[in-house]
Design a protein around this ligand. Structure first.
Ligand code: PLP
Length: 414
């Protein structure tokens, strides 16, 4: 099959492995379980170690099955290279391990995935200042920038309140100041949005969520979009400076974060994620349509106090979402009227599962203040606009009418 970059999103993913050598005609990249890779002679081995020839050395820093998935993610994000990790958090941790030093400062969003928020606290304990601002307002991001600012890190749609960062303006700001712009694209996935479009230098994806999509495997990735000038980044170590500027960032991340900390993705997991990714577009279409139908039904119901979903005209960044994203995503949150107990309501649902996680094929519900955002405390929850009664819904691919009926019968008890 010839390379044709006019193919659509799903065609490209389905046929990407065939752009390279097809092993035994297998349409799936085989699962290579070998930890080490042998060469015909010692010189070839030495050349691989010295970077004079391409090849795999040891499973922790690279594997053919994982590499095939990395190629696919690069295509999905329209980037130049990707690195996979054991989890999404390992990918975010790699940014910290591979690129930041004591005395640096980062600017990030106040509305952030809970574990990323916790990781930034660890950064702060280790001498990296973290400014958390309302990233829906570019002026706040700009005001937080100091001469020590090494990166701005935001998410596309925040979980669980669905605030949307002012992605394009922050991108322009980072470009003007020469600051690395890192966007966690997990909530939108590369099917709904490519952060490269707004100037991101690095893109993070938790592969566990929409990309793998079935709640049966963990993984994470960093993609270099090729937009950031690594020659200008102060913390590239001397041995990586010898490479072409375009490769310096990912080479350092591969060595200092993936190799040295070792949170590598297993080849079995890479295979599972690659299979899941084939239907990313189909699932996202269905999940977004289901989420919109359910959010609209709830918003119109007098027993519901408010619904937070970018697809609703009442959402503060509805116009921005319409402009930037292909559709509005699979996640929304809502609050019932104060006299209805959110635990009692959740107990009435028959289809939706009481569980954490998002981007699954099955609809999941969770009272966030009492679970995933419990540890951070009431004050921080208030800053993130998370009410005690807030229910998060990660919408699956169930038949729309079944989902609407489940929530309607849940509400009918009040
Ligand atoms: C889940 C999630 C992560 C972490 O991913 P894991 O694969 O669970 O480690 C990071 N960012 C966002 C926005 C997420 O939703």
């Amino acid at each position: 099959m010839s390379t044709d970059n006019t193919y659509g999103f799903t065609t490209t993913i389905l046929h990407n492995d065939r752009q390279k050598e097809i092993e035994h005609g297998s349409p799936h990249k085989p699962i290579h379980t070998s930890v080490t890779f042998g060469y015909h002679n010692a010189r070839e081995l030495a050349d691989v170690f010295q970077g004079k020839a391409n090849g795999f050395r040891y499973g922790r820093q690279g594997n053919p099955t994982v590499s095939a998935l990395e190629d696919k993610i690069t295509k999905m994000e329209d980037g130049v290279a990707s690195l996979c990790f054991a989890t999404g958090m390992a990918a975010i941790g790699a940014v910290f391990q591979g690129l930041l030093r004591r005395g640096d400062q980062i600017v990030s969003s106040r509305f952030l995935f809970g574990n990323t928020n916790s990781l930034w606290q660890t950064c702060a304990e280790q001498g990296i200042a973290v400014a958390l601002v309302d990233a829906t307002d570019v002026a706040q991001v700009e005001a937080a920038i100091t001469p020590d600012t090494r990166m701005v890190f935001v998410e596309t749609i925040a979980n669980p309140r669905t605030q949307i960062a002012d992605l394009a303006r922050i991108g322009e700001l980072c470009q003007q100041r020469g600051i690395l712009y890192v966007v966690d694209n997990t909530m939108t996935s590369p099917y709904l949005f490519r952060p490269k479009k707004v100037g991101a230098g690095l893109v993070i994806n938790s592969l566990t969520k929409a990309i793998a999509g079935h709640g049966n495997v963990l993984g994470g990735a960093i993609t270099d979009t090729g937009l950031f000038n690594w020659a200008s980044y102060p913390h590239i170590a001397a041995n990586f400076r010898k490479q072409a500027p375009a490769q310096q960032g990912m080479s350092q991340l591969r060595a200092k974060a993936l190799r040295d900390f070792g949170a590598s993705l297993s080849p079995d997991a890479a295979h599972q994620i690659a299979v899941g990714a084939e239907t990313l577009a189909l699932r996202m279409e269905r999940e977004s349509a289901n989420a919109l139908a359910l959010a609209q039904m709830l918003e119109a119901d007098p027993r519901v106090a408010r619904v937070h979903y970018p697809g609703l005209a009442s959402h503060p960044q509805h116009a921005l979402a319409t402009d930037l994203f292909r559709s509005y995503g699979a996640l929304f949150s809502f609050e019932l009227q104060p006299e209805i107990d959110c635990f009692d309501f959740l107990n009435h649902l028959k289809l939706a599962i009481n569980a954490t996680h998002l981007g699954d094929t099955r609809t999941l519900v969770i009272p966030v203040a009492h679970t995933i955002f419990f540890e951070m405390g009431a004050e921080r929850r208030a800053e993130m606009q998370i009410a005690d009664s807030l229910i998060r819904v990660s919408v699956g691919i169930e038949d729309t009418q079944d989902l609407l009926s489940d929530f309607a019968q849940g509400l009918s008890n009040y």
